[in-house]
Structures are given as structure tokens and as C-alpha cells.
Design a protein around this ligand. Structure first.
Ligand code: UDP
Length: 466
């Protein structure tokens, strides 16, 4: 492979523009490293806030910052969609992304700038590139299933057929057009503060892919072969090739277990603690970097964990509980779980999931967490909260059958039952067996001749042809 590990040898350069949130930043940076390892020159064009640390990446990767920010009033809210729209608006208004791209295009003596690879939510970056005549490739950091779901035409269909807006009586209804989804798995605009905003963002998502010269998906063939086949079919009509290159966090083997892309300090004391626990005994609990739970839900989680009698490692990140910066644990909690429970603010998650003591992952089913769990063969207790997490939780339970889905109001008795089922009971044994099978399959996709590595080779050829 020309230029392997040693920087550019292919005469082409790409600019990668990530959305500056953990779950979007990490896969884009891993893609950057994979392209760099194949001899493509890579510049990461990022915001100055939540900036990646160049010291954690190969020396040949270039980093350029733009000063665009999300206005404070929006940044302080819990509304992720509003944040994305505000950042796009700031980028459009300031022209910083356009100016940065223009100066990279004008750079003398550098390899030819072939294209911009942008996060699917950053339409402003795509528009800036289009204005300069630079081709674009879109990176979808979620699943192939969600790539199909989150489109304005799919939503029109869901409304036309009466699935949306969801009502109490149709929540459990299967969506025949999108098996195995049920109405309650849909990203229902009626539950969000502003329907128009949701429609706007879905129309933009649809437009960004139609205007792209290729779509890169952080998934792998064996996992979503049916969804990928349909995407291939749909995009073929538009001449847009899709590339299933996931799981991106394991595409480049020099990856440092997630530390290289983490925006928060990872508390490594938990690894020593895991070393003292029996193999397969610990439930790892983390809801990622963005979602919130209510105070009541937090209490039900805490007492469910206590009552389960199982060892656990719980990430209570700052801000996890709505409206609270640093959440206190309930009185009596730590003494009730002494020796079998550890609570930290942020974990080296990939390393935790790879640890032999970990036997289950109670997760919100963010796509990165889901892929990281699948890669390590760790079965899941799914508690999806919003957006793409809901369909992913359904796939975990009904398609891949590698987890248990915790739905409805969170209640300590149900939590206790679900934990015991996953960690101890016959159903859990079967789920664990399937998770181990899938682990073998994902590793095959990442072998040197596996489908994901081949897809990256094709992606590089495609970039060189632009
Ligand atoms: N993560 C981590 N430490 C933690 C919790 C999460 O490093 O304590 C990482 C995790 O490995 C994953 C990312 O944060 O790569 C979360 O992304 P995901 O898509 O799962 O969820 P999001 O944060 O976007 O909701």
C-alpha cells in the first residue's frame, strides 16, 4: 500500500470537516488516520472549540482551526438539533470555512486538493466547498439503517401512512415499510420542541447526500447487509457510490483505545479496579457524551444497580442528570455497593469494553458505543433515549439479537430484572453467544482483505479519480 503509515505518496489531498461533538469527531478523526495511512494527504478543518489534539495523531496529519462558535444561549440548552443548526448558520455567516478551503486550494507545492469530506450534519461546509467547485463526500457517523430513515421523503411517507405523529395507541405498531422498527422507534417530530426544525434538518440531510460525490458509512457489510444493499440501489440511480468502512475506530491498528480522540480526561483508575473483578462479571454503564436522564431516572438506575447484586462500573458524567452539573449519589448507595461498584466521570471506554472482567454494557446505544460493544463481543442492555439510538436499540434486540431492550418508564425492579437476565439467565447466555459470533464477523471485515478494508481502498481510488 503506497505511503502506508508514512504520509502522502498518492498525489492527492483531502480536507475533513467534523461536527465538533464526541460521537461525530471520533469517527471523522479515525477516517483521517485511515486515509493518511493509505498515502492520502489529510487536513482536518475543525472548530477551535472541542478541537482535536494534533499531538495524539500521526505527525503528517495537518490541522486547521476556524473560530466559529455556537452562540452561548443555544450552547447552554439541551437541544442538539438547535446547536447543529446554529453552528451551520455561524459557518455560513462568517465564511471562515469557505476562506480556509480557498486558501488550501490556492496553496502552492501541496498535493492536489481532491475533495472535502464533511459530517452529514454540516451542510454549511458542503455549501462552502460547492461554491469553490470542490467535490464533496459525506460521512454518515450513524448506522446504515438510520441513513435510510433520516430523510425527508421517508418522513413524508411515515406521515402519509399515518404512523406519525405517534399516538399512545400506535406506539407498538410495526412500521411495515421499515422492519423491524416500531412507531416508538421513530424520531418523532411531534415530541420535539419544534417540528419545523426537524423537517428542516431532514431536508438538509437529504440534500447533502444528493449533492455529494460519495457517501461514507461507519458500518460494515455483515452487520447491515440488507440496509447497505438498499442504499447502494437507491444511490446508484444518482451515481453516488457508498463505502461501508466501519467500524472506523478499529480501521487503523495504531489507534490508542479511544484516548486519542476523547475530549474529556479518561479516568484510568477503573482499569485497575476491573483487574480485581472476576471474568465476565461486571456490567459497564455509560450513556455517552450527550444524553441526559431525569433525577427520577437516575435514582431508578442507582437502586436497580444496587438491587441487582452485580458488580458494575458506572460513568456518571458531568451534566448526565438534567439541570445538574455534578450529580450526588443517593445516600447509602456507596456503602450498599462497597467492593462491587465503581463510579467515575469518564472512562477509557474502548479499553473497558475490551477488559475480560466486563460481561455486559448498559448503553444508550449511541452508534459509536454500539460498534465498540459489538467489536468486543459485549452483549448490551439497551436504553436508547432519542434520535438514532431508538432504531439502534431495536436492531440490537430484534435483528442482531445481542441485547435486551429496556423500554418504557425506568423502574428499579425492571432494571434489576433486566440486569440479572443479561448477566445470569439462559436468555443472557444465548445473547452472549451471538455477541461473540458477531465479534468474529466484525474482525473478518477488518482483516487486510476484509470488506471494510476493501471499501477504504475503493474510497481512496474514488478520491483519486475526483
Ligand atoms: N466515551 C468515552 N468514555 C466514556 C463514555 C463514552 O470515551 O466514559 C466515548 C465512547 O467510547 C464513544 C463516544 O464517547 O466513542 C460516545 O459516542 P456515542 O456515539 O456512543 O454516543 P454520543 O456521545 O454521541 O451520544
Amino acid at each position: 500500500m503506497a505511503g502506508e503509515g508514512g504520509g502522502p505518496a498518492r498525489g492527492a489531498r483531502v480536507v475533513l470537516c467534523p461536527l465538533p461533538f464526541q460521537g461525530h469527531l471520533s469517527p471523522m478523526l479515525h477516517l483521517a488516520e485511515a486515509l493518511h495511512a493509505r498515502g492520502v494527504a489529510v487536513t482536518v478543518l475543525h472548530t477551535a472549540f472541542n478541537a482535536p489534539d494534533p499531538a495524539h495523531h500521526p505527525a503528517g496529519l495537518a490541522f486547521v482551526a476556524v473560530p466559529d462558535v455556537i452562540p452561548e444561549a443555544v450552547a447552554a440548552t439541551n437541544n442538539g438539533i438547535a446547536k447543529v443548526l446554529a453552528l451551520n448558520a455561524a459557518m455560513e455567516a462568517s465564511g471562515h470555512v469557505r476562506d480556509a478551503l480557498a486558501s488550501l486550494l490556492a496553496e502552492e507545492g501541496a498535493p492536489r486538493l481532491a475533495c472535502l469530506i464533511f459530517d452529514s450534519t454540516l451542510s454549511a461546509a458542503q455549501n462552502a466547498a460547492a461554491g469553490l467547485g470542490l467535490p464533496t463526500l459525506v460521512l454518515q457517523t450513524g448506522s446504515a439503517a438510520c441513513f435510510r430513515l433520516f430523510r425527508s421523503d421517508t418522513y413524508d411517507m411515515l406521515h402519509d401512512k399515518g404512523y406519525l405523529p405517534a399516538t399512545e395507541s400506535n406506539l407498538h405498531m410495526p412500521v411495515e415499510e421499515l422492519p423491524p422498527l416500531q412507531v416508538r422507534d421513530l424520531f418523532d417530530p411531534s415530541k420535539l420542541p419544534n417540528k419545523e426544525i426537524v423537517h428542516k434538518i431532514l431536508s438538509r440531510a437529504t440534500e447533502t447526500r444528493t449533492n455529494s460525490s460519495g457517501a461514507i458509512l461507519n458500518t460494515f457489510e455483515v452487520l447491515e447487509s440488507h440496509e447497505l444493499a438498499m442504499i447502494r440501489d437507491e444511490l446508484a440511480h444518482k451515481g453516488i457510490p457508498p463505502f461501508a468502512v466501519g467500524p472506523l475506530h478499529k480501521l487503523v491498528t495504531s489507534n490508542d483505545g479511544g484516548a486519542e480522540t476523547s475530549l474529556l480526561n479518561q479516568d484510568r483508575s477503573c482499569i485497575e479496579w476491573l483487574d480485581t473483578q472476576a471474568p465476565g462479571s461486571v456490567l459497564y454503564v455509560s450513556f455517552g457524551s450527550v444524553v441526559h436522564v431525569t433525577q427520577d431516572e437516575f435514582m431508578e438506575m442507582a437502586w436497580g444497580l444496587v438491587n441487582s447484586s452485580k458488580p458494575f462500573l458506572w460513568v456518571v458524567r458531568r451534566g448526565l442528570v438534567l439541570g445538574v452539573d455534578k450529580q450526588e449519589l443517593p445516600d447509602g448507595f456507596m456503602s450498599a455497593v462497597e467492593g462491587r461498584g465503581k463510579v467515575i466521570e469518564w472512562a477509557p471506554q474502548q479499553e473497558v469494553l475490551a477488559h475480560p472482567a466486563v460481561g455486559g454494557f448498559w448503553t444508550h446505544n449511541g452508534w459509536n458505543s454500539t460498534l465498540e460493544s459489538i467489536y468486543e463481543g459485549v452483549p448490551m442492555l439497551s436504553r436508547p433515549i432519542f434520535g438514532d439510538q431508538l432504531p439502534t436499540g431495536r436492531y440490537v434486540r430484534d435483528v442482531w439479537r445481542i441485547g435486551i431492550l429496556l423500554e418504557g418508564v425506568l423502574e428499579r425492579g425492571e432494571v434489576e430484572k433486566a440486569i440479572k437476565k443479561l448477566m445470569d439467565e439462559d436468555e443472557g447466555v444465548e445473547i452472549r453467544r451471538r455477541a461473540k459470533d458477531l465479534k468474529e464477523k466484525v474482525r473478518m471485515c477488518l482483516d487486510s482483505s476484509g470488506s471494510s478494508q476493501q471499501a477504504v481502498d475503493k474510497l481512496v481510488d474514488h478520491i483519486l479519480s475526483l
